[in-house]
Write a protein that binds this ligand. Sequence first.
Ligand SMILES: [Zn+2]
Length: 181
Amino acid sequence: MTSVSAPSAAELCPDCGAPRGDLARFCEACRYDFTTGAGAGAVSASRSPSWTATVSVDHEYFAKVMARSEPEDQRLYFPTHSPDRHIPLTHVLITIGRRRSSGHTPFIDLGGASEDPGVSHEHAILIQQPDSTWSLMDKGSTNGTTVNGAEDPVVPYKPVPLTDGDLVHVGLWTTITIHRN
Ligand SMILES: [Zn+2]
């Protein structure tokens, strides 16, 4: 008989950072196996059909962010030349964030030359489900994540299902559209 020690309230999934459910074997967000330590990435790296994320500088979303921000934030300028980026989603766990000067660079990096200063270093993740659709999970980001133009941000660490064409808004002006190819 194996004795199981009670998890601390702060136990987090090492793969995606979601809080572990009550002695749950699998992470609710990414299906990490707490018993064997097998991550979602080990399940499959290439499920069909394939998906692409389009990263856009979104003026409509920027206007909404400015409308609800403090006057001192109004000096932020909108990037004038920033073409869309098309990023194939080639992993089952896609990190979204802003790179650090040293260390980890997220899969969808909103730092660097076309930095969005409203994005947290570890902002959110996309997690592919067994049926090949995606879930979005905010990782407790500073400014939150919204979906499809909603006013209210999604609840941190609670996966939200996405479908083809859904819009994920982060930072000051970034909209990420997911497409089934
Ligand atoms: Zn997880």
